[in-house]
Design a protein around this ligand. Structure first.
Ligand code: ANZ
Ligand code: ZN
Length: 822
């Protein structure tokens, strides 16, 4: 036979699937559903190897579950709003819509060339008015529920991208997109009250058994719930009080100074008119400047300056000096910290730098704390000392007791805070979903009436005409009439953060053809997503927002679920030469080129075979060659057998060759099923099929006298093709055709295995010590000498004879005997 012609074959099957709408699904109450979803791509222009890997994994899951009898939903769409489109539009003098839709068309053709089994009828792009229409409606419903508000805040401003960033988009003080340092700026913005759901988002993490533990932990820390005490320290020489937030009320007797943020509102009162005001103002300006340039991290050099003022500790009435310090964040707690250098590391370093007293108040078991000898803060729990009536109390108990006492004497209250902030969704960009609000000079902020939705982007974003300056510079967009009083009014010009679109797209796939509602009852059938697959870089932002939206949609009556994604697989990166594939590193492998050279199935096979999904996949050219060679070998063998086969009745007595091959077949089914069901370990599943193929080749080797009977060979080929079909679907469809099997591959179900056939023949091995029989061992026929040796040495009877003696030699007689010489 000739070489396997992947080009013709892949085209043939892609056309077949397309004309037959093989992967279209509708709800079917009689069948169990399975919803598998890969994180949808941003239409940047071309598919990259990371996409190929992500979508191949998803496609194998989808095809596997179909064979398992599920009604499988496997949709695809486009996360299409966002900044790159605007930048590209400017650069290429085109419109973001044109750029985006052209990219979508090209990338869609690439996905089709890879043979992914999507139900394309459900496809949408988030920049379609038919999608953001419903997002705008959702925004208004959330507004009605009090989940949306507008306020002036200090926002994270990226000057390079000319836009506001959510806290989550600021990575160590820099923009997540362009790496520029982020600056604070005051402006109006719209917010979603994600904090209303903080406790539920935290609690429900415990229900996510199907998520990687590290992702759950990251979400946990991101929400960052802290419980503790807010306590007021009266300031000397005035009526003001300084409120602090502490998670260690048990250390309150160890306070030796106060640290407050440079932006703290009381700073003016504290230093105004004082004789060191100038010096202090200069210091404040310096740390503000430093903050702008560098994010606050633990490594920051602790710097501070005494304000000249004191407050009093309400618990022991001691005088406490107040410092301005560079490591105190205004955005957290109250912006002021009671400093306990004996038990907090930052305070410790600060106290050492400025020679402030260190007073231990919690003594861990079997420890002595001498303030002059301490080299670090003692952070462990222990017993209280120097703490008045609380002396001797366990520090954990003291935390609660001291809060109670603070409440009794009226100087404080228990308090819970979250690291999580409400979600600022305003962006000053053009290429996003317009926020459907109107500003009226007499009525204030008025929601757009539902019948006026969608509020479209001006200048026919859909047609690709004209420019895309931010909406605030577009009089044609801004001017409108007030829905309430009919007077002239102005539209809101902010667009929504693109993370809003990706927070609910998975639900829309259940009913994307619905032009009358956000969602409908088909979501009851399809949701939650059974298996979600994507990169770990979305472990916090996207997944948290999606969880939040799921709960909001539930509370608005649209969904009947609490969590969107039952199982989450975070696949590793594709790396080459030890680094993530990226343009900047110049180590990119282009999928188009690969598909052209080897065909989609080889690319799929390689990306599945080279590593288990959760691990990084190291690119290597030999691996691709190897995958290609394997498919070609299988092709030659099958084509040859198909040509020469004689259909014979099964041998009355299966001979040894048949038995071996059948055993191997059932072992392979068992192994492949197990590996796929167990965290989708396709790599080892593929190895098992390769072994089966080797066994098949051996059993059909015409140069050897004994060959397996044709019926058994045919059964092995059939099964092997079903097992491989999720991974290399074009190839298997074609081989199925060549074999002229009368039924269709799509109608097959996943093979089941027979435990008895899979079992190895058992052998009895005689175990000897110095030539005397001491024991016997039952083992599988394929046992290796190595493990036979190990089992013999570990055998309980043998141990009695060899214990305490040096083993000189172990003699193995294959399949018969082990003799240990001591
Ligand atoms: C006294 C104390 C003693 C503290 C001690 C810790 C250990 P988490 O757990 O992350 O919520 N803190 C409070 N507000 C702060 C701010 N705006 N900027 C910087 N630090 C601030 O952190 C709470 C602890 O961080 C609080 O408890 C406070 O220091 C500090 F042995 O109070 B602690
Ligand atoms: Zn009005």
């Amino acid at each position: 036979p000739q070489k396997y012609d992947f080009c013709t074959v892949e085209k043939r099957w892609q056309e077949y699937w397309e004309t037959n709408k093989t992967f279209r699904v509708v709800e079917d109450e009689a069948k169990k559903k399975y919803y598998v979803l890969e994180m949808f791509p941003y239409p940047s222009g071309r598919i990259h190897m990371g996409h190929v890997r992500n979508y191949t994994i998803g496609d194998v899951v989808a095809r596997y579950k179909r064979l398992r009898g599920y009604n499988v939903l496997h949709p695809m769409g486009w996360d299409a709003f966002g900044l790159p489109a605007e930048n590209a539009a400017q650069k290429h003098r085109t419109h973001p819509a044109k750029w985006t839709y052209e990219n979508i068309a090209y990338m869609k053709s690439q996905l089709k060339k890879l043979g992914f089994s999507y139900d394309w009828d459900r496809e949408f792009a988030t920049c379609d008015a038919g999608y953001y229409h419903w997002e705008q409606k959702l925004f208004l419903e959330m507004y009605d529920r009090g989940l949306v508000y507008r306020k002036i805040t200090t926002v994270n401003w990226c000057d390079t991208c000319q836009t506001v960033l959510a806290n989550e988009q600021v990575i160590e003080g820099t923009c997540w997109r362009c790496d520029a340092f982020v600056q604070p700026r005051k402006m109006h913005g719209w917010f979603f009250k994600i904090l209303d759901y903080a406790d539920e988002l935290l609690q429900d993490l415990s229900t996510l058994d199907g998520w990687p533990e590290k992702v759950v932990t990251m979400q946990h820390n991101w929400i960052g719930k802290s419980t503790g005490l807010i306590c007021n320290f009266p300031i000397e020489g005035g009526d003001e009080e300084l409120a602090i937030f502490t998670t260690r009320p048990d250390t309150i007797f160890g306070v030796t100074f106060m640290s407050i943020a440079a932006e703290h509102p009381l700073v003016d009162t504290l230093i105004g008119g004082g004789n060191r005001e100038k010096e202090l103002r200069a210091f404040i300006a310096a740390i503000a400047d430093e903050k702008r340039r560098r994010p606050v991290t633990d490594e920051l050099d602790k710097k501070g300056m005494f304000t000249g003022r004191y407050c009093r500790n309400p618990f022991n009435n001691q005088r406490v000096p107040i410092y301005i310090a560079n490591f105190v964040l205004m955005e957290y707690g109250t912006g002021a910290v009671m400093a306990v250098p004996a038990h907090d590391q930052r305070d410790f370093e600060f106290a050492r730098t400025y020679s402030l007293p260190i007073v231990p108040v919690v003594i861990p078991p079997d420890t002595e704390l001498d303030p002059d000898q301490m080299t670090a803060a003692a952070t462990e729990p222990g017993r209280l000392v120097n703490s008045g009536t609380f002396n001797g109390m366990d520090s954990i108990e003291a935390q609660a007791a001291i809060i109670v006492h603070a409440e009794d004497i009226g100087c404080g209250t228990s308090h819970t805070t979250y690291r999580l902030r409400d979600w600022g969704i305003s962006r000053q960009r053009y290429w996003g979903a317009p926020i459907p609000m109107i500003h009226c000079p007499s009525c204030g902020v008025v929601p757009v009436p539902l019948e006026d939705l969608p509020i479209r982007l001006p200048d026919g974003a859909d047609t690709g005409a004209e420019e895309c300056t931010p909406l605030s510079r577009r009089p044609d967009f801004i001017n409108t009439t007030c829905p309430s009083c009919g007077g002239p009014a102005q539209r809101e010009t902010d667009t929504m953060d693109t993370f809003v679109e990706s927070s609910w797209y998975f639900a829309r796939f259940a009913c994307s053809d619905n032009d009358d509602a956000i969602l409908d009852r088909r979501t009851d059938y399809w949701l939650p997503v059974d298996q979600y697959i994507g990169g770990v870089e979305h472990a916090i932002l996207h997944l948290l927002y999606s969880r939040f939206f799921t709960k909001v949609l539930r509370d608005l009556g649209y969904l009947n679920i609490d969590e969107p994604f039952t199982n989450l697989l975070t696949q590793g990166m594709v790396i080459k030469d030890g680094a993530k594939m990226s343009k900047s590193k110049g180590n990119v492998v282009d999928p188009d080129q690969l598909i052209g050279q080897y065909g989609a199935d080889t690319v799929r096979l390689f990306s599945l075979f080279a590593a288990p999904p959760e691990r990084d996949l190291e690119w290597n050219a030999q691996g691709v060659e190897g995958a290609s060679r394997f498919l070609n070998r299988v092709y030659r063998t099958i084509a040859h057998l198909a040509e020469h086969r004689t259909i014979a009745a099964p041998a009355a007595e299966p001979d040894e060759s048949d038995r071996d091959l059948q055993r191997k077949l059932h072992q392979t089914i068992r192994k492949v099923s197990f590996d796929i069901d167990n965290d989708f370990h396709f790599n080892t599943a593929i190895s098992a099929v390769m072994e089966l193929f080797n066994a098949l080749s051996a059993a059909t080797d015409e140069t050897k006298p004994q060959q397996a009977t044709p019926a058994v060979i045919e059964e092995v080929i059939r099964t092997m093709l079903v097992l491989l079909s999720p991974m290399v679907p074009h190839f298997c469809s074609e081989m199925w055709r060549i074999m002229a099997f009368t039924d269709t591959l799509e109608d097959q179900s996943w093979p089941s295995f027979d435990e008895k056939t899979a079992r190895e023949d058992q052998l009895t091995i005689v175990l000897q010590v110095n030539g005397k029989v001491r024991s016997r061992l039952q083992v599988g026929a394929d046992i290796s000498d190595e493990s036979l040796r190990e089992q013999a040495v570990a055998d309980a009877n043998m141990v009695r004879y060899i214990e305490g003696k040096a083993i000189k030699k172990i003699i193995v007689v294959k399949k018969k005997l082990v003799n240990i010489v001591v």
